[in-house]
Design a protein around this ligand. Structure first.
Ligand SMILES: Cc1cc2nc3c(=O)[nH]c(=O)nc-3n(C[C@H](O)[C@H](O)[C@H](O)COP(=O)(O)O)c2cc1C
Length: 185
């Protein structure tokens, strides 16, 4: 049966500890508040590396949406914005690598968060599967094949099957409320 009338928010606006509940799609201000709200979920920081399909040209993008998905089979996921230049890479069946950044790699995080052709200039690399490079100095590496891509609003969700892992072990870089900070362990 088709759902014809979806009530987005319950009629009663609740207040919790003095804060009113907000419908995140109700206004521009509410949309900004949605972004800020998500920023309170503390994450690690990764750079996804890959090749432009059919070329040897390297692409890399700073990503905080990375997460584990499945242990058996070994799957991970992350999402890529539709307006990112490397949106056309990370095709199903192609290789990519998850580089989990260490506490000292905040400059690298910012470099790969800016669209541009010089992202890899002077960055020390390790060779990886299918020519996909691994960035030196990371905490762990996961070499993957893109298993599936699903639409997710203004992003695509990318599911990767993990083929090889390296667990180096260093203090990680964290992302919280728009700031990068190293975790001291
Ligand atoms: C800490 C941090 C986390 C980010 N996470 C993501 C993400 O999960 N997905 C995404 O598409 N962009 C994310 N971005 C933004 C991209 O890194 C940025 O748009 C980048 O310029 C895209 O590169 P491209 O346009 O060359 O593909 C993040 C940026 C930062 C600084």
């Amino acid at each position: 049966m088709a759902i014809t009338n979806i009530s987005r928010v319950s009629e009663t606006i609740l207040t919790i500890e003095g804060k009113d509940g907000v419908d995140p799609a109700s206004s521009d201000a509410a949309r900004r508040q949605f972004r800020d709200t998500l920023g309170h979920f503390c994450t690690g920081v990764t750079v996804m590396t890959a090749l432009v399909p059919g070329t040897q040209e390297l692409v890399g993008i700073t990503v905080s949406s990375f997460n584990s998905l499945s242990l058996d089979p070994p799957l991970v996921l992350w999402s890529i914005a539709k307006d990112s230049v490397s949106y056309g890479s990370y095709q199903v069946g192609s290789a990519f690598a998850v580089n989990v950044l260490s506490a000292e790699q905040d400059q690298l995080a910012m470099r790969f968060a800016r669209t541009g052709r010089d992202k890899f200039d002077g960055v020390p690399l390790h060779p990886g599967l299918d020519g996909v490079p691994l960035l030196e100095g990371c905490v762990v590496y996961l070499e993957c094949l893109t298993e599936a891509r699903y639409p997710g609003g203004d992003h695509d969700i990318i599911v990767g099957r993990v083929r090889r892992i390296y667990n180096i072990g260093r203090a990680p870089l964290l992302f919280h409320t728009g700031s990068l900070r190293g975790l001291s362990v």
